[in-house]
Design a protein around this ligand. Structure first.
Ligand code: 7TS
Length: 408
């Protein structure tokens, strides 16, 4: 058994109480807590090095620029990428919007197809709907197998040279199901389409090396992997980023500007218009440093043990339905469930009284909710700082909820 208990003291918030009891934080799929080292890195930047980046010849400007670019190098290195292929963006959502508008708009035409899966977060649906409206392209959905994994068997009937983009989640934020990266990236390549991986829930929980998986774009958010909000990463193959148009214009992303025309700075700067979130980038770098020190293999193994334990313990709770794979090799640590006919929001409220934070709702995956024919779920999700007692506390509280609502 992997015990990462000692890491808990690195996270100041885990010391606080909620409703007079120990905080049991089971909402890391929404956002993770931050270790002291990330808070310190951001504080240190503001206290000692604060300056704008990529401009100004003074010492502070040089230090800030060096720190910002070092963070880019760290984040890139974490996914096996070159720093120049990594664009700092606001988060996974912005990353996917940049691909949709920057690449999709000038590569899609009426009748073209964009394939997504029914388990996508709205961040990987709505941007494609928006560019489809402009281009006349069509969104096509892959549905699910009985075990909640993506059913790729219908691909054969869909795949042709009209398919230009296959965009899919590396891991569902609702069911926890892992995405079929190899099958879908191979499928994309076979028809000359590009593959886009929404890695918001994947990169935080498992080692990803973009040189091992032949995909075109990958987007993820710092705040789901111990870093601050307001920053994330968009990685693309060099040639894809070269052919992608900037979607935001402004300072620092240009090479020349005339009255009517401009040329762009080299990648990745052509996508980073305006003053970037500098402290956040530095915090992101510190988060990566923390994750690397623990080791992604250790984190993944720990979460797998916790998930297996949670699935087992939750199966003991009468009336509880889990929406997601039972096999821990097919999934990550986001567990969605329903408890009898108790509304998920009521479950979340009862759990909160016991200091347990879970999310309830549609999880920004309404097409998936419609497909599963449910309005909402409650969701517990784990990260490296969770312990087995957190699962125990959840189970005790769920039994309490059953009693309170008179489930027998
Ligand atoms: N893709 C997936 C799979 C996600 O889970 C999320 C956020 C996003 C994209 C968007 O990330 P953002 O950082 O740009 O907002 N998911 C959730 C969640 O499950 N609960 O809150 C946010």
């Amino acid at each position: 058994m992997i015990d990462l208990r000692s890491l808990r003291s690195d996270f100041p918030i885990l010391d606080r109480e909620v409703n007079g009891t120990r905080l049991v934080y089971l909402d890391s799929a929404a956002t993770t807590q931050k270790p002291q080292s990330v808070l310190d890195a951001m504080d240190d930047y503001y206290r000692l090095h604060n300056s704008n980046v990529h401009r100004g010849a003074h010492t502070l400007a040089a230090e800030a620029t060096e720190m910002y670019e070092a963070a880019r190098g760290r984040v890139a290195g974490f996914i096996g990428a070159q720093p120049n292929d990594l664009v700092f963006v606001r988060g996974a959502t912005t990353g996917i919007n940049f691909i949709a508008y920057g690449w999709g708009l000038n590569h899609l035409k009426a009748g073209d197809k964009i394939i997504v899966t029914i388990m996508e977060h709205h961040a990987n649906i709505v941007p494609w709907q928006l560019v489809s409206r402009i281009t006349g392209a069509e969104l096509v959905y892959l549905e699910l197998n009985e075990d909640y994994t993506v059913d790729t068997s219908s691909l054969e009937g869909i795949l042709d040279d009209k398919v230009k983009i296959i965009s899919f989640s590396g891991m569902s934020n609702v069911t926890g199901a892992l995405g079929p990266i190899k099958v879908l990236s191979d499928a994309a390549r076979s028809v000359g389409a590009i593959s886009v991986v929404d890695a918001a829930q994947l990169v935080p929980h498992t080692a990803v090396d973009v040189t091992d998986i032949d995909i075109d774009f990958l987007a993820f958010s710092a705040h789901k992997m111990l870093g601050p909000t307001g920053i994330g990463a968009l990685w693309g193959k060099t040639e894809r980023l070269e052919e992608m148009e900037p979607t935001e214009g402004g300072g620092e992303m240009i090479n020349t500007v005339d009255r009517h025309e401009s040329t762009w700075a080299p990648v990745p700067h052509k996508f980073e218009a305006g003053t970037p979130p500098i402290a956040e980038a530095i915090g992101f770098g510190a988060a990566i440093e923390y994750l690397e020190a623990v080791g992604m293999d250790v984190i993944e193994a720990h979460e797998r043990e916790l998930t297996a334990y949670a699935l087992e313990r939750l199966s003991e709770v009468p009336d509880l339905t889990i929406y997601g794979p039972k096999d821990v090799t097919l999934r990550g640590g986001a567990i969605s469930f329903e408890l009898g006919d108790i509304h998920p929001h009521d479950i979340a409220t009862i759990l909160d009284q016991d200091g347990i934070a879970v999310r309830a709702g549609h999880h920004c995956a309404k097409p998936l909710m419609q497909y599963l024919e449910i309005p909402a779920t409650a969701r517990a999700s784990f990260y490296l700082y969770n312990v087995f007692e957190d699962v125990d506390a959840l189970v005790v509280s769920l039994h309490k909820a059953r009693e309170l609502f008179g489930l027998t």
